[in-house]
Design a binder for this molecule. Structure first.
Ligand code: HSE
Length: 414
């Protein structure tokens, strides 16, 4: 029998307990031993839970119990998760977490401690919920030089954008619906401002390129500025707007990492990933493009990934699994102004034709977007790819008292 403790009995933690309970036989056949939930740490009371007598409010019960070899952290946030996880790893206990904020902020340090104490620190559920992505990158695709990863990494914003695209719903109405359906938090900032997707792409970048990439180094834009006009212009262009987390290798030791809404062509596999689903494309030099698709959030999908990590820990109680990256100072990330992209521009102008002429003289070749029923004073176009620095300079030259840019969205080369 292998004793496990679960820290946090919220949506994911209770899902982990449910799966260990309901899939007892299946999990027994996977490892040849029974998984026994010895403790559940939570400050709340759960008198009706089948595990009611195993709840504790005292972390030291878990830390001090030598029988507990594997600890699941599903509390979320940094405090007290960071201190608890660190203490468990220092005590030689393996830790499984779904906490992307923790891994994105402290992954390198926690992996180093796990290595020192011959424990495992696994976090499959921290990116893409139930979608296998950490293990495939670390194991199945290890023979490849990966040049790029790009994906829809946040279910809440994908749900909102899907409602805007398919049902012409305003962003605020779609957000309210997402909250009513329990997809978005009451305070939805981490989702709609892109921070959640940023943490996830940083984890994938760290794993793929071997150096910790901290969220501060990742240029991040959310979806709050997206309007139904932009959605329509994306359709005229031949695509859809998606919030994309992307990291690409631009040189031997340099990467370009970003989270931002992008125009994605209809031909891209990512364009048809809708609702709360996530999709992640990994570009390897041997395998080509591989796309992972599935439920990126939710109780059981996320718990499915957590329990798989627990099983992996059981199988690797003696021989450590190799999963690691080194700490870094973010110097491998290129400055955002050096990032190259084509840009969609929507502008208002007192003289539309004169504004198009000026756009051509300032930006060079542009692709005009003509939408039915567009206001007389509105124009929209897509530039050729250029650095953000170059674009910013040209935009300054383009804007005037008569011409004002209303919306700027990158074109995803996917
Ligand atoms: N809020 C996240 C999402 C949950 O919407 O994708 C999973 O990380």
């Amino acid at each position: 029998m292998i004793s496990v403790a679960i820290m946090g009995h919220g949506v994911v933690g209770s899902g982990v307990a449910d799966i260990i309970y309901s899939h007892k036989q299946k999990l027994f056949s996977a490892v040849g031993e029974e998984l026994y939930i010895k403790y559940i740490l939570d400050l709340r009371e759960f008198p009706d839970s089948p595990f009611a007598e195993r709840f504790t409010k005292n972390f030291d019960d878990i830390l001090g119990d030598v029988e507990v070899r594997i600890v699941v952290e599903t509390m979320g946030g940094i405090h007290p998760a960071y201190d608890y996880v660190k203490a468990c790893l220092k005590a030689g206990k393996s830790v499984v977490t779904s906490n992307k904020e923790l891994v994105a902020a402290h992954g390198a340090e926690l992996l180093a401690i796990a290595k020192e104490t011959n424990a495992n620190f696994l976090f499959e559920a921290s990116v893409g919920g139930g979608i296998p992505i950490i293990r495939p990158i670390n194991q199945c695709l290890v023979a490849n030089n990966v040049s790029e990863i790009a994906g829809i990494l946040n279910g809440t914003t994908n749900f909102i954008l899907t409602k805007m695209i398919k049902e012409n719903m305003d962003l605020d109405v779609a957000l309210k619906l997402a909250q009513d359906l329990g997809y978005a938090e009451r305070n939805p900032a981490a989702d709609i401002e892109g921070h959640d997707a940023c943490r996830k792409i940083c984890i994938l970048a760290s794993l793929t390129f071997g150096k910790h990439i901290y969220p501060e180094a990742c240029y991040t834009e959310g979806i709050t500025g997206i309007t139904l006009e932009d959605v329509e212009y994306a359709s005229v262009w031949g695509g859809v707007i998606k919030l994309i987390g992307s990291v690409k290798k631009v040189d031997k030791d340099k990467i370009d990492i970003i989270v931002a809404p992008m125009f994605i062509p209809n031909e891209s596999q990512l364009s048809s990933i809708d609702d709360v689903f996530n999709g992640i494309m990994v570009r390897g030099d041997a395998v080509g493009d591989v796309v992972f698709y599935g439920r990126g959030a939710g109780k059981l999908p996320t718990a499915s990934a957590v329990v798989a990590d627990v099983i992996d820990c059981v199988k690797h109680l003696k021989a450590r699994k190799y999963l690691s990256w080194i700490d870094s100072d973010n110097s491998s990330v290129i400055p955002h102004e050096d990032s190259v992209t084509a840009v969609y521009v929507r502008a208002s102008a007192s003289d539309r034709q004169a504004a198009y002429d000026k756009a051509e003289s300032v930006f060079g070749e542009i692709h005009r977007l003509e939408k039915e029923n567009a206001p007389k004073k509105e124009l929209a176009f897509v530039t050729e790819p250029m650095t953000v620095k170059e674009f910013t300079e040209k935009l300054k030259e383009f804007e005037s008292d008569e011409i004002k840019a209303e919306s700027l969205i990158r074109i995803g080369d996917l």
